[in-house]
Design a protein around this ligand. Sequence first.
Ligand code: IDC
Length: 328
Amino acid sequence: MKKFKPWARLACLLAALLLTLEPIPAHAAKLPALKVKGTQLVNAKNKPVRLKGVSTHGLSWYPEYVNQKAFTYMKKNWNINAVRLAMYTAEYNGYCTGDAANRKALEQRIDKGVKYATKAGLYVIIDWHILSDGNPKAYEKEAVAFFKKMAKKYRKHTNVLYEICNEPNGGTTWADVKPYAKKVVKAIRSKDKDAVILIGSPTWSQDVDLAAQDPIKDYKNLMYTLHFYAGTHGEYLRQKAQAALDMGLPLFVSEFGISDSSGNGALNKEEGARWMEFLKKNKISAIGWSLCNKEESSALIKPSVKKTSGWKKKDLTPWGNWLVKQFR
Ligand code: IDC
């Protein structure tokens, strides 16, 4: 056998070592890591940060909107700083109800989404979108495995946030959600010590006041999601949110609309304006639902519009134009 020179062996060793190290994507380092201080999302200098952006519809439903041009366009033209990747767990080729090939496809879409968001200079929320599977315990094992995998993959991305249960509902209580959340947070923390984690609450992420009475204490950088649709939810829900804030609970609006809560029906712009006031006053992040052209009033793009980036005013629905105006 031919003997290698010591320098060649050293070079090989070095190359092998380099290959095992994950490269930090060039753009990932640009966005400062976020943390939670009191009830507020802040940057490294403790300055309040508000994330504003849009959520995809389900990644199985409308994958075409996860593309580089769209993300870069929205950042530049809509003035957003975040996107949410909504991955349904149960509905329509959900992560937990579809087959292995479907799971792989969804993970690839997330990977692309994170890559595009990173390149566009956006924060990105990986959303475990429970809905018809009302109790997050239904797929707890799957959630733990999924988030461990994601946290390992993206631990060097300072722009990734994790949302671990979109909307617990159907009689699910905080006593159900809390132990689930603790398990998933623990799984994420085993790979990533400080990424911001968003936790849902019962009644489609409206019972933040209940979470506030018994929050998770063992970990930092946790926030609790508040979801509203101004066509259905008004002052009553803002009072619940205020009660939670008063008890010191950090809130994050990871999904909202101004249609009714079915995602359809008339827009309520007056109530929407009251909500915007409330969010601004309390420096709460807000993500609008949803980036797609489905025939429903909560879609941002008109059904007739097939473009998947570079939309003009005339391409957006009334809700789309209203939302973009808020961001600008
Ligand atoms: C809706 C979509 C709709 C889809 C349905 C699936 O807009 O196209 O058929 O989900 O069940 C939520 C949920 C979000 C809903 C949205 C509107 O997080 O998944 O999307 N909504 O109903 N919570 C309150 C409203």
